[in-house]
Design a protein around this ligand. Sequence first.
Ligand SMILES: C[S@@+](CC[C@H](N)C(=O)[O-])C[C@H]1O[C@@H](n2cnc3c(N)ncnc32)[C@H](O)[C@@H]1O
Length: 276
Amino acid sequence: MTDTSSAPAPSEEVYGEHVFSHLRPDEAERLEALAHALDENTFQRLGRLPLREDWHCLEIGAGLGTTARWLAARCPRGRVVATDIDTRLFPDLDGRNGWEAREHDVTRDEFPTGSFDLIHARWVFSHLRSRDADLARVARWLKPGGWLVVEDLAQFPLESSPNPLYRKVSLAMCAAVQARIGTDCTWARDLPRVLAAAGLTAVGMEASASSVGPGPMGRFWRLSAEQLRSDLQDLFRITPAELDRFLTQVSGGELTDLCLGTVAAWGRAPAQPVVA
Ligand SMILES: C[S@@+](CC[C@H](N)C(=O)[O-])C[C@H]1O[C@@H](n2cnc3c(N)ncnc32)[C@H](O)[C@@H]1O
């Protein structure tokens, strides 16, 4: 684990307020790279569910809306609602294949109990300070028998990296987002317990990770590090030379190593609505 003893006391800053703001000129490129890196695994996972054409689906923290697009193509007689705290990077109405866009803060805003057959979120809840309580509220939005699928980031592939500079800077990035916006890059490993505590049944999990390098994950990790540059240098004593070397490593062709992983966990609402 990274030594986070030099990190400042947690701030009240939230995701997107400064770090990862959708107003930044490079944020759409960063989220596009993330979607390219993760979509295939997400679509395979969701494709293993008994999806029906008339399902009502909710995609939380949809980013650019790539998963909402995929769901809308599979549920043409149902309804797909995509939310985000900031919907500015959603495609306009013409660019959406029928899915609804909703500005919605999952830490505060509600949907009626029993609204959805499927709720999915990817790389959202780890960023929220009230993540366990938020997931418990979200579980109540499931119809009886509905599915909650949560995919979230996980730092364990970075912890075991055999490449010292890559490991050091990558774990400092995890510590930096924790210090700035409260992100917990270890939380997803515990998702089965959180889903079971929310009253869900048939809980399962799996994990995946892709490599940095010339592909989309390398681009995502480089753009993330560039946003965190001053925190890495000022708070975690990463030197400019180390950072420059790291940026070349992660987006060039010289390093093949796993980036942040994704833990996917799922559970089903019982036959009666979840009221926990
Ligand atoms: C790392 S991005 C992931 C985007 C998308 N889910 C994906 O995997 O491609 C996190 C997303 O969660 C959104 N988000 C952050 N806090 C949120 C909140 N409180 N309520 C809803 N969305 C939120 C962000 O605006 C951003 O679009």
